[in-house]
Design a protein around this ligand. Structure first.
Ligand SMILES: NC(=O)c1ccc[n+]([C@@H]2O[C@H](COP(=O)([O-])OP(=O)(O)OC[C@H]3O[C@@H](n4cnc5c(N)ncnc54)[C@H](O)[C@@H]3O)[C@@H](O)[C@H]2O)c1
Length: 270
């Protein structure tokens, strides 16, 4: 993989998976623009990238606000003169079942994930077309295929991202634009840490989340960034409209790892 001469936009690039992705794309030679609503975290990320000799810039925007995404995308494209890669990654985690979820929380969750992806792709694609084509990677989730309890808005939003990605793949294939999802399991980021901190024993929770994965641990942001970089690169030139699950085997075991660990559920191995 190499990305010399490529320009990439990463939404939510100030922290976690987005930050690791910005770094990976920089290491491969791309010039990277971070779009994020957290200016402080983004500036720190840019400073760290520049310190290690990379070219990166920051454009503040809330992905839920169309005018802000339009302006940020335009500024990034004007700065670098092209756009070849979009990583639509900005996201939030919210909890509730269909009864306890308020309309406001539903809207907030759907807005960041679904409307945010809609805005980012809507304003990235014309710039990609003007640059001769490109690749879009949408960060979805294992919850694009399955559900965990008490997370209806998040689960619905992540399912919707598969549909957006497939539609883009179909609508723009003939114009040299590919679109794919990366679907992570639990990854060690500020988002996961925040969730763990909401429980009485965060370390215990993180340990038990790790054991849900066949590989026996939580993933690292750079392990997701590697998959994103692959799908964004020319090495994935015949891959579009699909999903790459990066979950340490989380979705593999029927009945979950707890069931596997205790044999057939009786505590006996067969
Ligand atoms: N961490 C996990 O376990 C995990 C698992 C599966 C999927 N994901 C998905 O990966 C993506 C990144 O998650 P993460 O764990 O790195 O999260 P994170 O909270 O660590 O980082 C998210 C980044 O997105 C930015 N952001 C959030 N809302 C925004 C908005 N409205 N406008 C602009 N920027 C915004 C934040 O400022 C932050 O920089 C999300 O889409 C998340 O749903 C995460």
């Amino acid at each position: 993989m190499q990305m010399e001469g490529k320009v990439a936009v990463v939404t939510g690039g100030a922290a976690g998976i987005g930050q690791a992705t910005a770094q990976k794309l920089c290491e491969l030679g791309a010039r990277v623009a971070i779009l994020d609503r957290n200016a402080e975290a983004a500036q720190a990320t840019i400073a760290a990238l520049e310190k290690s000799g990379h070219t990166a810039s920051f454009y503040r925007c809330d992905v839920t606000v169309e005018s802000e995404v339009k302006a940020a995308m335009a500024a990034a494209v004007a700065h670098y003169g092209a756009l070849h890669i979009l990583v639509s990654n900005a996201g939030i985690q919210r909890y509730g079942d269909v009864v306890t979820t308020t309309s406001a929380l539903w809207d907030e969750t759907m807005d960041v994930h679904v409307r945010g992806c809609f805005h980012a792709t809507k304003y990235a694609i014309p710039a990609m077309l003007a640059s001769g084509g490109g690749a879009i990677v949408v960060v979805a989730s294992v919850q694009s295929f399955t559900a965990i309890n008490n997370s209806v808005a998040y689960v619905a939003a992540k399912h919707a991202l598969l549909g957006i990605t497939r539609s883009i793949a179909l609508d723009f294939a003939s114009q040299n634009i590919r679109a794919n999802c990366v679907c992570p399991g639990a990854i060690e980021t500020p988002m996961l840490r925040e969730t763990a901190e909401q429980t009485g024993s965060p370390e215990k929770m993180l340990e038990s989340i790790g054991r849900m994965h066949a590989l026996g641990r939580i993933g690292r942001p750079d392990e997701v960034a590697n998959a994103i970089a692959f799908l964004a690169s020319d090495d994935a030139s015949f891959i579009t409209g699909t999903s790459l699950i990066v979950d340490g085997g989380l979705l593999v075991p029927t009945g979950g790892m707890g069931f596997q660990e205790s044999g057939i559920g009786t505590g006996e191995k067969v």
